[in-house]
Design a protein around this ligand. Structure first.
Ligand code: 4NP
Length: 161
């Protein structure tokens, strides 16, 4: 894995306009609250290129704003081979994103699923084609898993090797 005093965590979905920008903002805020922000860098990317350069979906921006998070400066980007080499951990929103990361050569042990800590539900459902309530559901799903994700990473950091 690339050496760095920070652990670099890349959240990945399909378009990088709905789920992964929200996940990035939620986990960053939680890391700050837990005084862990000096230990991690967070970003997000999409496996697809349809929305590259555009802002986050307005429904994600509105949902984030309701909970005190600002997605206004987000710009969508597509994951590259350089990202696979540069980032320590990849947090996929669903199993399809995870498979795409593996197909690009991401090491299996460094690809996590955002909901894997729940054990039962594995995918953060894509809210793009649904109504605004889907975004609120996704927000709470991400929030519910953010703590467990940070706990998991912190436990790994604390363990030797
Ligand atoms: P995301 O949602 O992967 O959570 O950003 C999507 C956004 C756009 C599309 C699909 C999913 N799309 O097909 O354009």
């Amino acid at each position: 894995m690339p050496s760095s005093e920070y652990w670099n965590i890349l959240f990945v979905c399909l378009g990088n306009i709905c789920r992964s920008p929200l996940a990035e903002a939620i986990v960053r805020q939680m890391a700050r609250r837990r005084h862990l922000d000096g230990r991690y860098r967070f970003a997000s990317a999409g496996t697809g290129d349809w929305h590259v350069g555009r802002g986050a979906d307005p429904r994600s921006v509105e949902t984030a704003a309701r909970y005190g998070l600002d997605l206004s400066s987000h710009r969508a980007r597509q994951i590259t081979g350089k990202d696979i080499a540069d980032w320590h951990w990849f947090v996929a929103m669903d199993r399809s994103n995870r498979q795409d990361l593996l197909d690009m050569g991401a090491p299996e042990e460094r690809v996590l699923l955002m909901r894997q800590f729940e054990g039962v539900h594995l995918d953060v459902p894509d809210p793009y084609y649904g109504g605004p309530e889907g975004f609120d559901r996704v927000y709470h799903m991400l929030l519910q898993n953010a703590e467990a994700l940070l706990d998991y990473l912190e436990a790994l950091r604390g363990s030797p090797g």
